[in-house]
Ligand binder design. Structure first.
Ligand SMILES: [Fe+2]
Length: 265
């Protein structure tokens, strides 16, 4: 499996606190069947993003790994890019700072409860820069949990969506779990990632979620969301054709009352 969202770089955000924890997180990921990890430190009001410093720490992690773990994993660098004013200004000057492995893809994160007022404009601006935004864990955003309308609008503009493995297994509560499954069952998601922060509550494991998705939605879909699609992103390639998200492009079904009144016109 390929994990696109993991707070592996130590001492830079609310993820791994030290080198030892980072090494243990990689070991846990490898034992879970993960072959590639994109380390994605936060860039938000609380945590400053310094690509060079993050790359240096990632290299320290690579060098500290036991040989058998090092040979089983490939580590890359990206960013958990918060859509705030400071970041969206900064990215205009230096988009390569935030990209996943310097390819076109960018993880974008919303606040837990709200959506930026200028969201459509912000997405447009990122695309003008040649970036391909991937929205992280919409199933955990309170506004998107209440209504799917905004997400449907963004899917019509080909926005890519990442769901958290822990939401699928119920670790983020019943609502996030229900919404995650709704997104999976309707082809509204393109990637599942760990969003790992530590070794206890938010771990780098994804195999339990993979097994559930394979059982409930199909092995081919699990393979696409956990392996094929994220590997294309890791390597900076275009995704293969994706199934059409259900209920996004079709005309809405006329309601019972509308159908009834039309019959008697
Ligand atoms: Fe994150």
């Amino acid at each position: 499996m390929v994990d696109l969202h993991h707070h592996l770089v130590f001492g830079v955000d609310d993820g791994s606190p030290d080198l030892e924890t980072s090494v243990a997180m990689v070991e846990m990921a490898v034992s879970d069947g993960i072959t590639h990890i994109v380390a994605t430190p936060h860039a938000n009001a609380e945590f400053h993003y310094d690509r060079e410093a993050h790359e240096a720490k990632l290299q320290q992690i690579r060098e500290a790994l036991p040989a058998d773990t090092a040979s089983a994993i490939t580590l890359g660098l990206g960013c958990d890019f918060h859509l705030n004013f400071e970041n969206t200004t900064s990215i205009q000057k230096s988009k390569e700072t935030y990209q996943i492995n310097r390819g076109p893809y960018l993880l974008i994160e919303l606040a837990d409860t709200s959506i930026p007022q200028r969201m459509d404009e912000l997405l447009y601006d990122l695309r003008v820069l040649g970036l391909v935004p991937i929205l992280t864990h919409p199933e955990r955003n309170a506004t998107l949990q209440r209504s799917r309308n905004r997400l449907a609008e963004w899917l019509r503009t080909d926005l890519l969506v990442q769901v958290t493995a822990g939401s699928i297994t119920g670790n983020f509560g019943k609502t996030a779990e229900r919404v995650a499954w709704e997104l999976l069952e309707n082809n509204w998601t393109h990637f599942v990632s760990s969003d790992a922060h530590n070794l206890t509550r938010r771990t780098p494991r994804m195999s339990d979620a993979y097994k559930l998705v394979a059982k409930r939605v199909g092995e081919d879909i699990a393979e696409r969301l956990f392996v094929t699609n994220p590997l294309a992103v890791f390597e900076g390639r275009a995704l293969s054709a994706q199934p059409e998200p259900k209920g996004v492009f079709e005309e809405e079904e006329p309601s019972f009352w509308k159908r009834l009144t039309e019959r008697f016109r």
